[in-house]
Design a binder for this molecule. Structure first.
Ligand code: FES
Length: 206
């Protein structure tokens, strides 16, 4: 079994290395939305930012900014959520032992709701913005690719929970910010859910 996993990992990592210069074009069509709605005061103070998720589509991605950093909200399909446990043997930190997320997101999906993944998409190697590659078997990476994020700078790979794969330059999982649901249509970045005081300290990279 572990040999199977190692072979799969080696295959798609090898392919990813070869094609790293070619990615960025011919991307899978993914609906991107920009829905940041911060108040002027929030902008000025770096306070919480609300993101409208009402129009996000399955497999889609909403982009926003918080404290001048990018924040993405990804809607994962049921199939994608079901695949997450299968990646564990390929990952550097499958259980999120490193403090790259608040305590309430220290779970398999690294999220409050498994279907919505909130992440600061800054590669933990040298800070590039990874590409969103949700399609399993994406030809730009390899047939065993489970879907996730690919950093075009030096080839680091993360699964759809932002967990970094082994044998890539990035040392840590992608950071998850503090956030809470204001309601079904709005996520607020920069605040913990009611009743869950978090001692989470944001990673230095962001
Ligand atoms: S900055 Fe992402 S792999 Fe180097």
């Amino acid at each position: 079994m572990s040999e199977e996993i190692d072979n799969s990992k080696r295959h798609f990592l090898t392919v990813a290395t070869v094609v790293v210069g070619a990615v960025g074009v011919g991307m899978t069509a993914v609906p991107f939305l920009s829905s940041m709605q911060p108040s002027a005061r929030a902008k000025a103070l770096g306070g919480p930012v609300d993101i409208d998720i009402s129009k996000i589509e399955p497999g889609g991605l909403v982009k926003a900014k918080w404290r001048l950093k990018p924040v993405w909200v990804v809607q994962r399909s049921r199939a994608a959520i079901a695949e997450l446990p299968k990646n564990a043997g390929l990952l550097r930190d499958p259980d999120s032992a490193e403090p790259q997320q608040p305590g309430y997101c220290k779970n398999e999906s690294r999220a409050i709701k498994p279907e919505l993944f909130v992440v600061v998409p800054i590669c933990t190697h040298l800070g590039c913005i990874p590409l969103y590659r949700p399609e399993p078997g994406d030809p730009s990476i390899g047939p065993t690719w489970p879907g996730g994020f690919h950093c075009p700078c030096h080839g680091s790979l993360y699964d759809l929970a932002g967990r970094v794969f082994k044998n890539v330059p990035a040392p840590l999982n992608l950071p998850v910010p503090r956030y809470r649901y204001v309601n079904d249509k709005v996520v607020r970045i920069g605040e913990d859910p009611a009743g869950s005081h978090s001692s989470y300290r944001q990673p230095l990279i962001w």
